[in-house]
Design a protein around this ligand. Sequence first.
Ligand SMILES: [Cu+2]
Length: 501
Amino acid sequence: MVWKLPVLRFAFVPRIAAAAIAVVAAVFCSLVLKGKPPGLLSNPPELRAKHHTLSLTLRAAIASDGKNSFYFHGQPNAPTLRLFPGDQLKINYVNDLPAKAKESCAITPCMDMTNLHFHGLTVSPDAPQDDVLDMMAMPGQMLRYTAQIPKDHPPGLYWYHTHPHGESHRQVLDGMSGAIVIEGMESFFPPLAGLPERVLVVRGRSLVNDPQSTDLKNRVHLSSDVCGAEPEPPEEVFTLNGSVRPQIEIAPGERQFWRLVNASADRYLDLQLEGQTFEVVAMDGMPIALHDPNHRTRSANHILLPPAGRLEAIVTGPAAGMPRRLISRCVDTGPDGDPNPAMVVADIVPRRARSMPKVLESSRKPDLKALDPAAEEKVPPRFILTFTEDKKGFYINGEKFTPDAAPMVRAKIGTLQHWRIVNPTGELHPMHIHQVHFLAYAENDRLKAEPMWLDTVNVPYGGSVDVIMDFTDPVIRGMSVFHCHLLNHEDKGMMAKILFE
Ligand SMILES: [Cu+2]
C-alpha cells in the first residue's frame, strides 16, 4: 500500500525524523496490515523433500512454558514433513532435554529419554528406521534416522511422535508430534487437485495446575454433560495447530481439503462441522478409493477419531451469515474411562482474499497391490488380543510389557491374518500396530456396513473388533510392537512385541 507523508514537505522536519516516521509506517504496514490477524488458523511450517531426500535436525528441548517440545530452526514448532513415495527421510534427532526431569511420567520418575515413531508409515521396524525398541536417546545423545519410503507407499496423512516406553504419554501430551504427508492423494481422487489444503494437528492441553484453566474451559464451551459414567472432572482442552479455538477461514460454498490428525495423548475426537458433512477421502492415511474404486468417498455428519487417528476430507464452507463451529462431541469412554466432554475446537469464519496452499497435481500414481481379504474373514481368528487392566497396571493377554520381553506373536511375511481384539474392561481402548494397516470389518461380532483400512481402531468396552492384518509387505521384517494408543495405558504396560519373519 502507498503511504502519503505530507509532513515531509515541511522543511523544519529534520530528515532523520522523516526517515524514522517512514520506518515506523513501513513496519506498521507489514505487521498489522499485511500480517495475519491473531486467532486465524494457518498450517504448520512445512518441509519438502529435495532430490528425493528430506533431511532435517529436530531437537527435543524444554519450551518457555516448561513443557517438552520439538524444536526446529530454533522454534518450538514441529514442521509438517512432505515426501513422495520412493523418497528418503533423514532426521538427526537431538535430545536436549534436561538430565533431571522437572515433570512426572506414568512410570516415575521421567528419565527424559526420547525417540521417534513414524506412525502408520510402511517402513522397516529395524534401526535406523521406525525402531522404538532399540533406538533411544538419553539427554545429551543424538539418534540418526534414515527411513526409506517405499515406491509403492500409499499417499496420505501420517504423523511422527515420541515413543519411549513409560514416558510417551508425558511427551506427547506436551506436544511432541508433527504431521507427515505422503504426496499423491489426488492421483486416487482427482477432484482434490487445486483445492486449498489445510493440515490440522489436534493436541490436548492439560488443565491440571494451569492457572488459566477456568478461562480455557469457558473459551471452548466445555460441556458439563456427563455422557459416560466417568467420575473425574475434565482434564484437557483441544488445541488446533497449537491454538485454543482458532478461526478457520472458508468462503461460503468453497471446498477445502482438510487433513487432520488426532495427536492427543489419550483423548477421543468426535468431529462435527455444524450444519455440514465431511466428504471423507481417506482414513488413517489410506485413500478409500484405493480399496473401493467404485465408492471413492464417504459422507459423514461426524467422525470418531481415536487418539492417533487421521481424517482426510473435503469440507464445504457454510452459507454467509451462518456462524458455524468445528466441535468435538461428547464421547462415552466407559465407566472406567477418562472424561471426554463436548467442546468447541474452532470457529468457521468467511475467508478473505488471502492465499492458501493448494493440492498440487502430481503425475505419479503408485502402482499398489490389490488385496483380497474376503477368504481370511471367514476363518477363525489366528490371534486373539485381549486388553485387561487392574489397580497395578494394564495388560495384553495378561502380560505387562517389559523391554526385554519375548515376542508375544510371530507373523509370517506375505500373509493376511484375521485377528480379534477383545475388550472386557470398562473403558475404550484404541489398538494400534506399528507399520501395518488392517481392515476393520466387524465390531461386536457384527459385520460393519463400511469396513475401513486403518492403523488404529477403537475397541468398544465390553466388546470386540475383528480385523484382517496386512502382513504382505516385504519391508516389514523384524521386531515391532502393538499397543493401546491411550499412551498412559501403553506406558503402564498395555503393549506387546510382534516378530515379522
Ligand atoms: Cu488403553
